[in-house]
Design a protein around this ligand. Structure first.
Ligand code: CA
Ligand code: CA
Ligand code: CA
Length: 474
């Protein structure tokens, strides 16, 4: 009897007590009910609580609201990173005049961006990459939970991506290799262009502010909301004010559920402060008019769905009237090529990887918003949004986007958005950037890549975002 007990005790000590992220709640107290010397200036507490105590707390008249601090994830689709290719601009159909392309070449004759426009990427963090050199600002690691963070501590000032690989023992409900999702999204927005290396970015001159909010299993809504505030230059408890407030904030992430009050409040405050928030619609092939996703269903954001090369809605993309605009997210043999890494757990070498998802569509819109902001620095977030939405392109007559209420206003068209502004500019004002360099020519090809089909609808419904297909080790 004694021996059995000892074995059990040993087991309970050696096995991890808990690894998956805990259920947390955001508790917002009414103004004035907390003592002024409270450590929390915004009357908000984040706590792990049992469901039973929630009902009791809801009866407390001092509490304005209490909501679950849900876990959101990168909008990537599962896939492999096998196969080796050369990477080059000609593979970036998504920037050009393909039926589903963003029409950037003509837009780059108007502006290639400006180094004083900052775009925040709220994602898995960032890796050093030669094609992002000089573009990355000191950001912030906003992940408060050390298990999710995977870098040994909570919030810190180093937004380096330590990897978000997930094993069975992590008990996230799925397993995956490290995605380097934030590095891919950042490359679409602003990879070094015209440097004869790797890929082009939508903006050739922008600065990218990496804010790490996603790690193992995803990221808590409260960290993402605080990341939005910090990106915009708003005070966040315990952190210095961001010295590089972002004009544009990209969120290639989300999860099923209503837009919570805490994150909506962050979005509204950031908008008021002058930031435009661009969010991915999600990859679950759901109608957003019937099913809510956060932050895709939040107010004061641009919600971006994904099209493929042909300008058809990608099969995975969420849809509905709630979508503001469609942008290239890729599908099948035509995916979005951007900066990445060879590492499957911790980081390895620089790489260029094809991925697909609304996660890839959103940074195209964020980048074009950055071009618009660079062209006319006086525009408000709403004016930038209008310039992009009102000048979206009609879908091709053959596009499945003509099915009722599938794809929002139209397709992202960088040239239309910028040329509409150009017409309004008085002749004496010359905001046009220096002549762009010629993008790198291409003699590469996507060789015998093997692609695993996406077989798991379970996985698709929970994780939305990337498929890496071709990978080039530098
Ligand atoms: Ca940390
Ligand atoms: Ca860190
Ligand atoms: Ca490049």
């Amino acid at each position: 009897m004694v021996r059995i007990f000892a074995v059990l005790f040993m087991l309970s000590v050696s096995a991890p007590l808990w690894s998956a992220p805990q259920k947390r709640f955001i508790i917002k107290y009414k103004k004035g009910v907390l003592k002024t010397n409270s450590s929390k200036s915004k009357n908000v507490f984040i706590k792990s609580l049992k469901e039973e105590s929630i009902e009791e707390l809801k009866k407390n008249p001092s509490i304005e609201y209490i909501e679950e601090d849900t876990i959101l994830r990168a909008y990537r689709t599962p896939g492999d990173t096998e196969g080796v290719i050369d990477k080059y601009y000609s593979k970036q159909w998504h920037y050009r005049t393909a039926p589903g392309g963003a029409n950037l070449e003509a837009a780059w004759d108007i502006t290639i961006g400006s180094s004083d426009v900052v775009i925040a990427v709220l994602d898995t963090g960032i890796l050093y990459h030669v094609d992002l050199e000089t573009r990355i600002l000191p950001g912030q690691d906003m992940i408060s939970d050390t298990f999710i963070a995977n870098d040994g501590d909570g919030r810190d000032s180093d937004a380096t991506d330590p990897g978000d690989f997930v094993t069975e023992s992590d008990r996230c409900g799925f397993t995956s290799q490290s995605s380097w999702h934030g590095t891919h999204v950042a490359g679409t927005i602003g990879a070094n262009t015209g440097n004869e290396i790797g890929v082009a970015g939508v903006m050739w001159r922008s600065k990218i502010l990496p804010i790490r909010v996603l790690g193992k299993c995803g990221g808590y809504t409260s960290d993402i909301a605080d990341g939005i505030r910090w990106a915009a230059g708003i005070e966040v408890d315990g952190l210095p004010i961001n010295p590089y407030p972002a004009k544009i904030i990209n969120l290639s992430l989300g999860g099923r559920g209503e837009c919570g009050r805490y994150i909506q409040d962050a979005i509204d405050s950031a908008t008021e402060k002058g930031s435009l928030i661009v969010v991915a619609a999600g990859n679950s092939n759901q109608n957003l008019d019937e099913v809510s996703y956060s932050p895709a269903s939040c107010k004061n954001v641009i919600t971006v769905g994904a099209v493929n090369y042909d300008g058809d809605r990608a099969q995975y993309s969420n849809y509905g009237q709630r979508i503001d605009i469609m942008a290239p997210g890729g599908e099948n043999d035509y995916r979005v090529l951007s900066t990445s890494n060879t590492g499957t757990t911790t980081s390895g070498d620089d790489a260029y990887v094809f991925q697909m998802g609304t996660s890839m569509a959103s940074p195209h819109v964020a980048g074009v918003a950055g071009l618009v902001a660079a062209f006319d620095k006086t525009l408000s977030p709403l004016q930038i949004k209008e310039a992009i939405l009102k000048n979206s392109r009609n879908f091709d007559t053959k596009s499945n986007c003509h099915e009722s209420n599938r794809c929002g206003n139209g397709l992202l068209d960088a040239y239309k958005a910028l040329s509409s502004l150009q017409l309004n500019i008085p002749p004496e004002v010359d905001p046009i950037e220096p002549e762009p360099e010629t993008p790198p020519s291409d003699d590469g090809h996507c060789g015998e890549t093997t692609e695993k089909t996406q077989s798991s609808s379970f996985f698709l419904s929970f994780v939305l975002g990337i498929v890496g297909t071709c990978l080039k080790k530098r």
